[in-house]
Write a protein that binds this ligand. Sequence first.
Ligand SMILES: [Zn+2]
Ligand SMILES: [Zn+2]
Length: 135
Amino acid sequence: MVIRNTKQRQIIQQVLTEAGRPLSIDEILRAAQRQKPSLGIATVYRNVKDLVEDGNAVAVDLPGEGPRYELAGKGHHHHFRCSSCAKVFETKACIGKLRGLVPRQFEITGHNLVLYGRCPDCLARAKKLIGSRKK
Ligand SMILES: [Zn+2]
Ligand SMILES: [Zn+2]
């Protein structure tokens, strides 16, 4: 039982590593099932919860969205959400220098930044669609 759970955790951890971007439970499930078709959503939930509790993964919360999960320890970064396919990606860094946005009397203790737009795949698909319409 313990060994089986470890194997499942390894698969999920590997899925998150290979994705290189935050994944929803559904996305983790779909990717994990490619390696182990018998994997169920309850197992994914439980293992993701364990990974978060052990500090190996963190939840990424976007306004009005279900949580995504990414591996812990990546350093300060933000996220980009594709408005077409709803996939979430990581930004390389932070814009920083936010101090100037509020008067001196304020103390900033944190910030949250989400970029919205279209990912390369969706952009390519949209261009193709426009191209085919013109013909
Ligand atoms: Zn997209
Ligand atoms: Zn930042």
